[in-house]
Ligand binder design. Sequence first.
Ligand code: MTE
Ligand code: MO
Length: 384
Amino acid sequence: DPYALDPKRHPMLHTNSLKPFNAEPPPEILTDSYITPSAFFFKRNHLPVPQVDPASYQLVVEGLPGGVLKLSLEELKTKFPKHTVTATLQCAGNRRSEMNKVKQVKGLNWGLAAIGNATWSGAKLRDVLLAAGYGSDVAQWARHVQFEGLDKDVMGTAYGASIPVNKAVSEEGDVLLAYEMNGEELPADHGFPVRVVVPGTVGARNVKWLRKIIVSTDESSSHWQQNDYKGFSPGIDWDTVDYRSAPAIQELPIQSAITTPSDGAVVYRSAKEVTVKGYAWSGGGREVVRVDVSLDGGKTWQVAQLRGNEKGQGPEFSPPPGRAWAWKLWEVSAPLPPEVQELEIVCKAVDNSYNMQPDTISPIWNLRGVLSNAWHRVKVNIRE
Ligand code: MTE
Ligand code: MO
């Protein structure tokens, strides 16, 4: 069993698949703290977790005129300044189960918790590429930076992905070769000893158990870059899909969801009030500037209170423009409307480019069930 050495996991996680391990926390845990504890952070593995000896670990950087650069873990930690970034990571398949209800899609049936927010620390990818010989001459031809993991399938093929070179080398891109998560060494499930953290970019490009970095004219040739993690029209089915016709997902669209109350929950009239909580985030460093909440299916709306970041700054805190990598948690308390037996609670977020979520799923339905970001709706029963 290639999964026999996989690490232990928290029993409260909802498991979507055991081998490989894919699991998400109960949604309400996400809004208990701004930083998602690593034990509760969703885990998305395509393959067995590789066993890595930190003493003999080597990170390989290829494709630059200076030749191949090899770095030990110690060198990565000591030769480059350590940076810390708070960034939200979301799987392209987050909220796929809602899309699945409209019409069947192919993929793990994620709920709304395939997302988490952590502080990541490590060397900047930019610094490592510069040390390896990246310069203006390379910028003339280089277009992509490819990553390869140490995790392999039965054929020996490693997990791989790539990002545009501009994102990789930009001073404002904040791409990390992270060796810490939430102030501790990376847990095995999250990529020990080194993973790429690409803030604002879909989970799939945040390659874990990083073995190799390749500066290239081309995107990664891996299955996950070429034939997966792409969006299609609702009219495309498995007979007509052409994966070459769509770009690989990189920056994710605006997203929000209600973590509590849960769908089907009961509130008592005697409580007089209902409190609604959730998360909101947008890709590409775009900042969430507003979350609207409705208790009547979208007829009337109120503006939720946004919770700022972990340093105690309130909602008035703003990250540098274009570098809003972390989510906003939000909350609304409202009196229970009289004479109704049921609430249909809805949320929708707005980012600083005024991107908004679509109101329904059908127009964004796609055969792989990715990019599921319609208004989130939960029904709640009121009991006397
Ligand atoms: N990196 C490797 N090497 N192998 C993987 O299976 N899964 C990717 C990405 N990086 C994956 C990987 C996907 S699809 C996602 S959503 C994120 O890791 C999940 O990161 P997490 O498990 O730390 O939450
Ligand atoms: Mo993912």
